[in-house]
Write a protein that binds this ligand. Structure first.
Ligand SMILES: *[C@@H]1O[C@H](CO)[C@@H](O)[C@H](O)[C@H]1NC(C)=O
Ligand SMILES: *[C@@H]1O[C@H](CO)[C@@H](O)[C@H](O)[C@H]1NC(C)=O
Ligand SMILES: *[C@@H]1O[C@H](CO)[C@@H](O)[C@H](O)[C@H]1NC(C)=O
Length: 414
């Protein structure tokens, strides 16, 4: 799966189609996009020996890293892109930082139970992003005549419940002359629970993604990235997120290309249809008495993030219930309040070059509960997985144990 992903990405980045999104979107929705793209190139320092980048968001000190192929690149981690969010509220772009910011620390993750452990981890102040920027000396040709590099804006997977932006680092992708952005967005009930009205608005996690995209648009040229050549890409919940952005008027003009791997907006779990029921169930499980929208909100605000996350899955029989929703017509600054299927049918979408892919048998993990009923069936299943992995590790292409194969494994056997 991982190798397939890298393969299409490379083809994509080596083709030089410059696309401008066809935007017939209400300019009101883009209010606040005061990008200052026209700062002359000389005004930003390209210094290969010191990983220091000055941009509208602040001045960031990163660290020197090496790719699998031995190329130098600079990694800037844990950059706050949004104001620390208040629970169940949308947030805003981070105000510019004054002092030099140490962007060398591991980013925090949003509150969650990771796939590979039963323990709650994370913090609610989690809206950070990381940028990997090549050493310009490896990309002289690509940067000649004032050109900038294509940007990959990677949206992490995790069923909108867990996982984190460190799924990818520059280790593999920075063998190409691209700039990579990865980031955290709120997941689970803290990112997607909604009362279906404007009390706890929907799509908070998607609105976080939008802010990260705006940050990228505004700042990425100082990291050698072309703000007009941003490819949004993701796997699974990241893939469905990408296609939600394709359909969202609020995302218009923020990206130029898109890649969805193993997830798109028409899969059954890409939209939660009756989110209020889930919110009420969760409130009940946490002993809240007043199940009005306001009651749910004030009760859930009094609980710890840990209690919410530890309880969130018991509010629904199906795991994928904290996902994007269609917001009400009167929602202020909605991410989406129309039905994506209709938008696709009538072409009212952000029209950009778009790659969509999936892999054979990728949904097989859904069959696990059925297979478990038959003695021996699961053993056979795991045996087959082992064989498949041996085949993988014998390949001359790609890493022996790719993040992708690890994900696939945990995804299938959690
Ligand atoms: C890069 O930074 C170092 C250390 O501050 C400085 O000595 C050097 O002159 C700078 N190089 C360029 C090309 O600005
Ligand atoms: C972040 O995700 C990666 C896999 O994508 C995982 O290996 C790592 O443990 C996660 N970090 C935390 C703090 O959960
Ligand atoms: C691994 O590759 C070697 C050499 O190409 C080959 O002989 C061997 O059969 C392969 N093993 C598997 C499990 O595919």
């Amino acid at each position: 799966m991982f190798r397939f992903g890298v393969f299409i990405v490379i083809i994509f980045f080596t083709s030089k189609i410059v696309a401008t999104p066809d935007s017939k979107i209400d300019p009101q929705l883009l209010a606040g996009e005061d990008e200052d793209f026209n700062i002359p190139r000389e005004n930003y320092q390209l210094n290969s020996t010191v990983p220091l980048v000055k941009c509208p968001a602040g001045t960031f000190r990163g660290s020197l890293e090496y790719t699998r192929g031995g190329r130098r690149y600079f990694s800037f981690q844990s950059i706050p892109y949004a104001e620390p969010p208040r629970r169940f509220e949308p947030t805003t772009l981070k105000a510019p930082l004054k002092d030099i910011y140490d962007a060398t620390t591991q980013p925090p993750v949003c509150p969650q139970i990771p796939d590979d452990s039963p323990e709650y981890v994370g913090q609610e102040d989690c809206l950070y992003l990381s940028v990997s920027k090549p050493d310009e000396s490896h990309c002289r040709e690509e940067l000649s005549n004032g050109k900038l590099l294509p940007v990959m804006f990677w949206i992490h997977p995790g069923s909108y419940l867990n996982n984190n932006g460190s799924f990818f680092r520059g280790t593999y992708l920075l063998d190409e002359c691209i700039v990579l952005v990865t980031f955290e967005y709120r997941v689970g009930a803290l990112g997607f629970l909604t009362t279906g009205d404007n009390v706890i608005p929907g799509n908070l996690g998607m609105k976080d993604q939008l802010i990260a995209l705006r940050w990228t648009r505004r700042n990425i040229r100082y990291f050698l990235g072309d703000p007009n050549l941003v490819t949004i890409a993701g796997t699974s919940a990241g893939g469905t997120s990408v296609s939600h952005h394709i359909c969202s008027p609020a995302s218009s003009g923020l990206f130029a290309r898109a890649i969805s791997m193993s997830g798109a907006v028409l899969v059954p779990w890409a939209i939660t249809e009756k989110p209020l029921e889930i919110a009420k169930n969760l409130a009940r499980k946490l002993n809240c008495l007043d199940l009005s929208s306001e009651g749910i909100k004030s009760c859930l605000l009094s609980k710890s993030a840990r209690d919410i996350v530890n309880t969130q899955l018991s509010a629904s029989e199906f795991t994928l219930r904290y996902t994007p929703v269609i917001e009400p017509k009167n929602a202020p600054n909605p991410f989406q309040n129309a039905i994506p299927y209709h938008l696709l049918k009538t072409g009212q979408i952000n029209k950009v070059p778009y790659l969509i892919g999936f892999v054979q048998d990728e949904g097989i993990f859904l069959a696990e509960p059925f297979l478990q009923r038959y003695a021996g069936a699961m053993d056979k299943f795991h045996e087959n997985r082992e064989t498949e992995r041996e085949d993988d590790s014998n390949s001359s292409v790609g890493p022996d144990k790719s993040p992708g194969s690890t994900l696939q494994e945990s995804f299938q056997f959690r």
